[in-house]
Ligand binder design. Structure first.
Ligand SMILES: Nc1ncnc2c1ncn2[C@@H]1O[C@H](COP(=O)(O)OP(=O)(O)O)[C@@H](O)[C@H]1O
Ligand SMILES: [Mg+2]
Length: 389
Protein backbone atom coordinates (compact mmCIF):
# COMPACT_ATOMS: atom_id res chain seq x y z
CA UNK A 1 0.00 0.00 0.00
CA UNK A 2 3.05 2.26 0.09
CA UNK A 3 2.58 5.10 -2.36
CA UNK A 4 -1.22 5.44 -2.16
CA UNK A 5 -2.17 9.01 -2.92
CA UNK A 6 -4.24 11.26 -0.69
CA UNK A 7 -5.69 14.61 -1.73
CA UNK A 8 -6.04 17.09 1.13
CA UNK A 9 -8.57 19.87 0.61
CA UNK A 10 -8.39 22.42 3.39
CA UNK A 11 -8.34 26.23 3.23
CA UNK A 12 -6.48 26.49 6.54
CA UNK A 13 -2.80 26.39 5.52
CA UNK A 14 -1.48 25.38 8.96
CA UNK A 15 -3.86 22.48 9.15
CA UNK A 16 -3.22 21.42 5.55
CA UNK A 17 0.55 21.54 5.87
CA UNK A 18 0.45 19.64 9.14
CA UNK A 19 -1.66 16.87 7.62
CA UNK A 20 0.42 16.75 4.47
CA UNK A 21 3.66 16.38 6.41
CA UNK A 22 2.17 13.76 8.64
CA UNK A 23 0.87 11.66 5.76
CA UNK A 24 4.06 12.03 3.73
CA UNK A 25 5.88 10.75 6.80
CA UNK A 26 3.69 7.67 6.53
CA UNK A 27 4.75 7.03 2.93
CA UNK A 28 1.64 8.43 1.26
CA UNK A 29 1.78 10.53 -1.87
CA UNK A 30 0.08 13.79 -0.94
CA UNK A 31 -1.72 16.33 -3.11
CA UNK A 32 -2.90 19.62 -1.61
CA UNK A 33 -5.68 21.98 -2.54
CA UNK A 34 -6.38 25.23 -0.67
CA UNK A 35 -9.93 25.70 -1.99
CA UNK A 36 -12.91 23.50 -2.75
CA UNK A 37 -12.85 24.36 -6.46
CA UNK A 38 -9.18 23.48 -6.86
CA UNK A 39 -9.86 20.36 -4.83
CA UNK A 40 -12.55 19.21 -7.26
CA UNK A 41 -10.34 19.84 -10.28
CA UNK A 42 -7.45 17.91 -8.81
CA UNK A 43 -9.74 15.08 -7.73
CA UNK A 44 -11.20 14.67 -11.23
CA UNK A 45 -7.85 15.12 -12.96
CA UNK A 46 -5.53 13.11 -10.70
CA UNK A 47 -7.86 10.45 -9.30
CA UNK A 48 -6.31 10.12 -5.82
CA UNK A 49 -6.85 6.97 -3.76
CA UNK A 50 -8.52 8.98 -1.01
CA UNK A 51 -9.76 12.52 -0.38
CA UNK A 52 -9.40 14.14 3.02
CA UNK A 53 -11.21 17.46 3.30
CA UNK A 54 -12.47 20.01 5.77
CA UNK A 55 -16.18 20.47 4.97
CA UNK A 56 -16.12 24.07 6.27
CA UNK A 57 -14.70 25.25 2.93
CA UNK A 58 -15.40 28.96 2.27
CA UNK A 59 -15.88 28.68 -1.50
CA UNK A 60 -18.29 25.75 -1.70
CA UNK A 61 -20.80 24.26 0.71
CA UNK A 62 -20.09 20.82 2.08
CA UNK A 63 -23.07 19.02 0.52
CA UNK A 64 -22.36 20.39 -2.92
CA UNK A 65 -18.65 19.47 -2.73
CA UNK A 66 -19.51 15.89 -1.81
CA UNK A 67 -22.23 15.58 -4.45
CA UNK A 68 -19.90 16.85 -7.18
CA UNK A 69 -17.42 14.12 -6.30
CA UNK A 70 -20.00 11.41 -5.87
CA UNK A 71 -21.82 12.22 -9.13
CA UNK A 72 -18.72 12.11 -11.31
CA UNK A 73 -17.67 8.68 -12.58
CA UNK A 74 -13.98 9.46 -12.04
CA UNK A 75 -14.46 10.20 -8.34
CA UNK A 76 -17.67 8.42 -7.37
CA UNK A 77 -15.85 5.51 -5.73
CA UNK A 78 -13.00 7.38 -4.04
CA UNK A 79 -13.15 7.10 -0.24
CA UNK A 80 -13.97 10.47 1.34
CA UNK A 81 -12.97 11.46 4.85
CA UNK A 82 -14.24 14.70 6.33
CA UNK A 83 -11.87 16.11 8.93
CA UNK A 84 -13.96 18.96 10.20
CA UNK A 85 -13.39 22.17 12.12
CA UNK A 86 -17.09 22.00 13.02
CA UNK A 87 -17.82 19.63 15.91
CA UNK A 88 -21.61 20.06 15.66
CA UNK A 89 -23.93 17.16 14.82
CA UNK A 90 -25.78 18.99 12.03
CA UNK A 91 -22.87 19.14 9.63
CA UNK A 92 -21.89 15.56 10.45
CA UNK A 93 -25.40 14.46 9.53
CA UNK A 94 -25.34 16.39 6.25
CA UNK A 95 -21.94 15.05 5.22
CA UNK A 96 -22.71 11.43 6.04
CA UNK A 97 -25.98 11.67 4.14
CA UNK A 98 -24.24 13.23 1.14
CA UNK A 99 -21.83 10.31 0.99
CA UNK A 100 -18.65 10.72 3.07
CA UNK A 101 -17.24 7.49 4.41
CA UNK A 102 -16.05 8.94 7.71
CA UNK A 103 -16.64 12.18 9.56
CA UNK A 104 -13.90 13.14 12.03
CA UNK A 105 -13.59 16.31 14.08
CA UNK A 106 -10.31 18.22 14.41
CA UNK A 107 -9.06 17.72 17.96
CA UNK A 108 -6.03 16.39 19.79
CA UNK A 109 -7.36 12.91 18.99
CA UNK A 110 -7.86 13.60 15.29
CA UNK A 111 -4.63 12.06 14.01
CA UNK A 112 -5.28 8.87 15.92
CA UNK A 113 -8.84 8.71 14.59
CA UNK A 114 -7.58 9.42 11.08
CA UNK A 115 -5.07 6.60 11.26
CA UNK A 116 -7.87 4.26 12.32
CA UNK A 117 -9.95 5.37 9.32
CA UNK A 118 -7.05 4.96 6.89
CA UNK A 119 -6.40 1.47 8.20
CA UNK A 120 -10.07 0.59 7.78
CA UNK A 121 -10.19 1.97 4.26
CA UNK A 122 -6.86 0.73 2.91
CA UNK A 123 -6.88 -2.55 4.83
CA UNK A 124 -4.64 -4.06 7.44
CA UNK A 125 -1.46 -4.10 5.38
CA UNK A 126 -1.10 -0.34 4.98
CA UNK A 127 2.04 1.39 6.10
CA UNK A 128 -0.20 3.25 8.57
CA UNK A 129 -0.85 0.12 10.50
CA UNK A 130 2.77 -0.92 10.45
CA UNK A 131 3.76 2.52 11.64
CA UNK A 132 1.11 2.82 14.31
CA UNK A 133 2.10 -0.59 15.63
CA UNK A 134 5.65 0.62 15.88
CA UNK A 135 4.34 3.82 17.43
CA UNK A 136 2.56 1.91 20.13
CA UNK A 137 5.42 1.71 22.52
CA UNK A 138 6.19 -1.47 24.36
CA UNK A 139 6.37 -1.20 28.13
CA UNK A 140 9.69 -0.59 29.83
CA UNK A 141 11.66 -3.79 30.31
CA UNK A 142 13.61 -3.84 33.57
CA UNK A 143 15.72 -6.90 34.25
CA UNK A 144 17.29 -8.04 37.53
CA UNK A 145 20.56 -9.89 37.34
CA UNK A 146 23.37 -10.92 39.67
CA UNK A 147 26.63 -12.77 39.33
CA UNK A 148 26.05 -14.96 42.36
CA UNK A 149 23.11 -16.47 44.21
CA UNK A 150 22.09 -15.15 47.62
CA UNK A 151 22.83 -11.49 46.84
CA UNK A 152 19.19 -10.48 47.23
CA UNK A 153 18.25 -10.35 43.54
CA UNK A 154 14.79 -11.85 43.91
CA UNK A 155 13.97 -9.96 47.13
CA UNK A 156 15.05 -6.67 45.59
CA UNK A 157 13.22 -7.43 42.36
CA UNK A 158 9.93 -8.01 44.19
CA UNK A 159 10.35 -5.04 46.53
CA UNK A 160 11.42 -2.56 43.86
CA UNK A 161 8.62 -3.73 41.55
CA UNK A 162 6.15 -3.12 44.36
CA UNK A 163 7.52 0.39 44.78
CA UNK A 164 7.37 1.04 41.04
CA UNK A 165 3.72 0.01 41.04
CA UNK A 166 3.02 2.19 44.08
CA UNK A 167 4.72 5.15 42.43
CA UNK A 168 2.40 4.91 39.41
CA UNK A 169 -0.80 3.21 40.45
CA UNK A 170 -2.33 3.70 36.99
CA UNK A 171 0.41 1.69 35.25
CA UNK A 172 0.22 -2.01 34.57
CA UNK A 173 3.20 -3.71 36.17
CA UNK A 174 4.13 -7.36 35.78
CA UNK A 175 6.91 -9.31 37.47
CA UNK A 176 8.08 -12.48 35.73
CA UNK A 177 10.29 -14.93 37.59
CA UNK A 178 12.46 -16.48 34.90
CA UNK A 179 15.04 -18.02 37.21
CA UNK A 180 15.66 -21.58 36.07
CA UNK A 181 15.36 -24.30 36.97
CA UNK A 182 13.42 -23.05 39.98
CA UNK A 183 11.92 -19.68 40.85
CA UNK A 184 11.55 -18.04 44.27
CA UNK A 185 9.49 -14.87 43.94
CA UNK A 186 6.22 -16.68 44.57
CA UNK A 187 7.57 -17.62 48.03
CA UNK A 188 8.60 -14.05 48.75
CA UNK A 189 5.23 -12.55 47.81
CA UNK A 190 3.08 -15.43 49.06
CA UNK A 191 1.61 -16.43 45.73
CA UNK A 192 -0.72 -19.44 45.88
CA UNK A 193 0.98 -21.10 42.92
CA UNK A 194 -2.02 -21.66 40.68
CA UNK A 195 -0.16 -20.54 37.58
CA UNK A 196 3.54 -20.59 36.79
CA UNK A 197 6.07 -20.25 33.99
CA UNK A 198 6.10 -23.98 33.26
CA UNK A 199 2.34 -24.06 32.78
CA UNK A 200 2.33 -20.94 30.61
CA UNK A 201 5.17 -22.17 28.38
CA UNK A 202 3.24 -25.42 27.85
CA UNK A 203 0.39 -23.52 26.21
CA UNK A 204 0.39 -22.77 22.49
CA UNK A 205 1.76 -19.32 21.69
CA UNK A 206 -1.63 -18.30 20.28
CA UNK A 207 -3.23 -18.86 23.67
CA UNK A 208 -0.83 -16.74 25.67
CA UNK A 209 -1.87 -13.38 24.29
CA UNK A 210 -2.21 -9.99 25.96
CA UNK A 211 -5.70 -10.72 27.30
CA UNK A 212 -4.57 -14.06 28.67
CA UNK A 213 -1.99 -12.41 30.92
CA UNK A 214 -4.21 -9.52 31.98
CA UNK A 215 -6.93 -11.95 32.93
CA UNK A 216 -5.03 -14.85 34.46
CA UNK A 217 -1.93 -13.57 36.22
CA UNK A 218 -2.54 -13.24 39.95
CA UNK A 219 -1.96 -10.04 41.95
CA UNK A 220 -0.43 -11.07 45.27
CA UNK A 221 -1.94 -9.23 48.23
CA UNK A 222 0.05 -6.13 49.33
CA UNK A 223 2.34 -6.27 46.28
CA UNK A 224 -0.11 -4.85 43.71
CA UNK A 225 1.74 -5.98 40.57
CA UNK A 226 0.73 -9.02 38.55
CA UNK A 227 3.02 -12.01 38.86
CA UNK A 228 4.14 -14.66 36.45
CA UNK A 229 5.53 -17.09 39.01
CA UNK A 230 8.64 -19.10 38.22
CA UNK A 231 9.10 -22.76 37.63
CA UNK A 232 8.00 -24.66 40.77
CA UNK A 233 10.65 -27.38 40.56
CA UNK A 234 13.76 -28.35 38.54
CA UNK A 235 11.94 -31.02 36.56
CA UNK A 236 9.51 -28.49 35.08
CA UNK A 237 12.22 -25.87 34.81
CA UNK A 238 14.45 -28.08 32.72
CA UNK A 239 11.60 -29.00 30.38
CA UNK A 240 10.80 -25.40 29.49
CA UNK A 241 11.36 -24.56 25.84
CA UNK A 242 13.64 -21.57 25.56
CA UNK A 243 11.95 -19.97 22.58
CA UNK A 244 8.65 -19.83 24.45
CA UNK A 245 10.23 -17.57 27.05
CA UNK A 246 11.21 -15.08 24.36
CA UNK A 247 7.67 -15.09 22.94
CA UNK A 248 6.13 -14.68 26.37
CA UNK A 249 8.36 -11.74 27.26
CA UNK A 250 7.47 -10.13 23.91
CA UNK A 251 3.77 -10.46 24.72
CA UNK A 252 4.28 -9.11 28.23
CA UNK A 253 6.08 -6.14 26.70
CA UNK A 254 3.01 -5.20 24.69
CA UNK A 255 0.64 -6.01 27.57
CA UNK A 256 2.25 -4.04 30.42
CA UNK A 257 3.78 -0.63 31.07
CA UNK A 258 6.55 -2.12 33.21
CA UNK A 259 7.88 -5.63 32.69
CA UNK A 260 10.17 -6.61 35.51
CA UNK A 261 12.16 -9.77 35.05
CA UNK A 262 14.17 -11.77 37.57
CA UNK A 263 16.72 -13.82 35.66
CA UNK A 264 18.89 -14.52 38.70
CA UNK A 265 22.49 -15.38 37.86
CA UNK A 266 21.78 -16.77 34.44
CA UNK A 267 23.64 -15.74 31.28
CA UNK A 268 22.20 -18.45 29.10
CA UNK A 269 21.08 -18.46 25.49
CA UNK A 270 17.61 -17.72 26.81
CA UNK A 271 18.50 -14.82 29.07
CA UNK A 272 21.13 -13.09 26.94
CA UNK A 273 18.65 -11.80 24.33
CA UNK A 274 16.50 -10.49 27.18
CA UNK A 275 19.48 -8.64 28.64
CA UNK A 276 20.20 -7.15 25.22
CA UNK A 277 16.58 -6.10 24.82
CA UNK A 278 16.15 -4.63 28.32
CA UNK A 279 15.74 -0.90 28.86
CA UNK A 280 17.44 -1.16 32.22
CA UNK A 281 19.58 -3.89 33.76
CA UNK A 282 19.60 -3.93 37.53
CA UNK A 283 22.82 -5.57 38.58
CA UNK A 284 22.72 -6.67 42.21
CA UNK A 285 26.11 -6.77 43.86
CA UNK A 286 27.18 -7.65 47.39
CA UNK A 287 30.38 -6.55 49.06
CA UNK A 288 32.23 -9.84 49.39
CA UNK A 289 35.34 -10.34 47.25
CA UNK A 290 34.06 -13.33 45.31
CA UNK A 291 30.79 -11.70 44.27
CA UNK A 292 32.61 -8.56 43.18
CA UNK A 293 35.09 -10.56 41.12
CA UNK A 294 32.31 -12.59 39.51
CA UNK A 295 30.38 -9.41 38.79
CA UNK A 296 33.37 -8.02 36.96
CA UNK A 297 33.53 -11.18 34.85
CA UNK A 298 29.82 -10.89 34.07
CA UNK A 299 30.10 -7.21 33.15
CA UNK A 300 33.14 -7.84 30.95
CA UNK A 301 31.15 -10.51 29.14
CA UNK A 302 28.07 -8.30 28.71
CA UNK A 303 30.25 -5.61 27.16
CA UNK A 304 31.44 -8.10 24.54
CA UNK A 305 27.74 -8.75 23.82
CA UNK A 306 27.07 -5.11 23.05
CA UNK A 307 25.38 -4.13 26.29
CA UNK A 308 25.50 -0.37 26.86
CA UNK A 309 26.97 0.65 30.23
CA UNK A 310 24.35 3.41 30.52
CA UNK A 311 21.72 0.73 30.92
CA UNK A 312 23.40 -0.89 33.88
CA UNK A 313 22.01 0.16 37.23
CA UNK A 314 24.23 -1.41 39.87
CA UNK A 315 22.86 -1.79 43.38
CA UNK A 316 25.10 -2.70 46.26
CA UNK A 317 23.09 -4.84 48.62
CA UNK A 318 24.67 -5.56 51.96
CA UNK A 319 22.88 -8.89 52.18
CA UNK A 320 25.63 -10.44 54.27
CA UNK A 321 26.41 -7.80 56.88
CA UNK A 322 29.06 -5.17 57.09
CA UNK A 323 32.20 -7.10 56.24
CA UNK A 324 33.68 -6.89 52.78
CA UNK A 325 34.68 -4.15 50.40
CA UNK A 326 33.59 -0.53 50.43
CA UNK A 327 31.42 0.92 47.70
CA UNK A 328 34.41 2.73 46.17
CA UNK A 329 36.48 -0.45 46.12
CA UNK A 330 33.62 -2.37 44.52
CA UNK A 331 33.18 0.31 41.84
CA UNK A 332 36.89 0.28 41.15
CA UNK A 333 37.01 -3.48 40.62
CA UNK A 334 33.84 -3.81 38.56
CA UNK A 335 34.36 -0.67 36.53
CA UNK A 336 30.79 0.57 36.96
CA UNK A 337 29.25 3.22 39.19
CA UNK A 338 27.05 1.95 42.01
CA UNK A 339 23.79 3.85 41.96
CA UNK A 340 22.29 2.72 45.25
CA UNK A 341 23.44 1.00 48.42
CA UNK A 342 21.00 -0.97 50.52
CA UNK A 343 21.90 -1.45 54.16
CA UNK A 344 22.15 -4.75 55.94
CA UNK A 345 18.79 -5.37 57.54
CA UNK A 346 19.75 -8.34 59.67
CA UNK A 347 16.97 -10.85 60.14
CA UNK A 348 14.34 -8.19 59.38
CA UNK A 349 14.62 -8.78 55.65
CA UNK A 350 14.13 -12.53 55.91
CA UNK A 351 11.29 -11.91 58.37
CA UNK A 352 9.42 -9.68 55.94
CA UNK A 353 10.03 -12.25 53.20
CA UNK A 354 8.72 -15.04 55.42
CA UNK A 355 5.59 -13.02 56.16
CA UNK A 356 5.25 -12.31 52.42
CA UNK A 357 5.27 -8.59 53.12
CA UNK A 358 7.01 -5.83 51.20
CA UNK A 359 9.74 -4.09 53.23
CA UNK A 360 8.04 -0.72 52.78
CA UNK A 361 4.88 -2.07 54.38
CA UNK A 362 6.50 -4.08 57.18
CA UNK A 363 9.09 -1.41 58.06
CA UNK A 364 7.77 1.82 56.56
CA UNK A 365 10.14 4.11 58.48
CA UNK A 366 13.28 2.00 58.02
CA UNK A 367 16.10 3.53 55.97
CA UNK A 368 15.77 0.61 53.55
CA UNK A 369 12.15 1.56 52.82
CA UNK A 370 13.16 5.10 51.97
CA UNK A 371 15.93 3.77 49.74
CA UNK A 372 13.56 1.34 48.00
CA UNK A 373 11.14 4.13 47.22
CA UNK A 374 13.80 6.52 45.93
CA UNK A 375 15.53 3.80 43.93
CA UNK A 376 12.29 2.74 42.26
CA UNK A 377 11.65 6.35 41.22
CA UNK A 378 15.19 6.74 39.97
CA UNK A 379 15.01 3.51 37.95
CA UNK A 380 11.78 4.56 36.25
CA UNK A 381 13.21 7.96 35.44
CA UNK A 382 16.36 6.48 33.95
CA UNK A 383 14.50 3.82 31.96
CA UNK A 384 12.22 6.48 30.49
CA UNK A 385 15.14 8.73 29.71
CA UNK A 386 17.06 5.94 27.95
CA UNK A 387 13.97 5.00 25.95
CA UNK A 388 13.48 8.58 24.83
CA UNK A 389 17.04 8.89 23.46
N1 LIG B 1 19.86 -6.04 52.66
C1 LIG B 1 19.62 -7.23 53.23
N2 LIG B 1 19.72 -7.39 54.57
C2 LIG B 1 19.49 -8.58 55.12
N3 LIG B 1 19.15 -9.69 54.46
C3 LIG B 1 19.03 -9.60 53.13
C4 LIG B 1 19.26 -8.38 52.45
N4 LIG B 1 19.06 -8.59 51.12
C5 LIG B 1 18.72 -9.90 50.99
N5 LIG B 1 18.71 -10.53 52.19
C6 LIG B 1 18.41 -11.93 52.42
O1 LIG B 1 19.29 -12.69 51.60
C7 LIG B 1 18.67 -13.92 51.24
C8 LIG B 1 18.81 -14.17 49.76
O2 LIG B 1 17.97 -13.29 49.03
P1 LIG B 1 17.40 -13.62 47.60
O3 LIG B 1 16.57 -12.45 47.24
O4 LIG B 1 16.79 -14.95 47.54
O5 LIG B 1 18.74 -13.60 46.74
P2 LIG B 1 19.03 -14.13 45.26
O6 LIG B 1 17.78 -14.02 44.49
O7 LIG B 1 20.11 -13.24 44.73
O8 LIG B 1 19.49 -15.53 45.39
C9 LIG B 1 17.24 -13.84 51.70
O9 LIG B 1 17.07 -14.59 52.87
C10 LIG B 1 17.04 -12.35 51.97
O10 LIG B 1 16.09 -12.17 53.00
MG1 LIG C 1 16.76 -15.44 43.32
Amino acid sequence: MVGKSILIVDDNPASRIFLANHLRGKQFKVLEAPTGKEGLIMAWRDGPDLILFDPTLPDIVDREFIHKLRNNSRTSEIPLIALSTDPGPARREICLKAGVDEYLVKSSQAILALEGSLTRIFGAETPIEAVSKADKKDGLLILFLSAKGGTGTSSLCANLAMNIQQGQPEARVVVADLVLPIGSISQIVGDKGKLNLAMVTDLQSGQTNVEYFHKNLPTPELWQFQLLAGSPDPQHGNDIKGERIGQIVDTLCSAYDFIILDIGRSLSRISLPLIQKADLIILIVSTDQSTIQLTKTVWDYLQTQGVDSQKIYAILNRAVGLEGLTKAQAEEIIGLPIKTTLPYMGSNFALANNLNQPITIKYPTDTASIIFKGTAEDMVKLARHLRAR
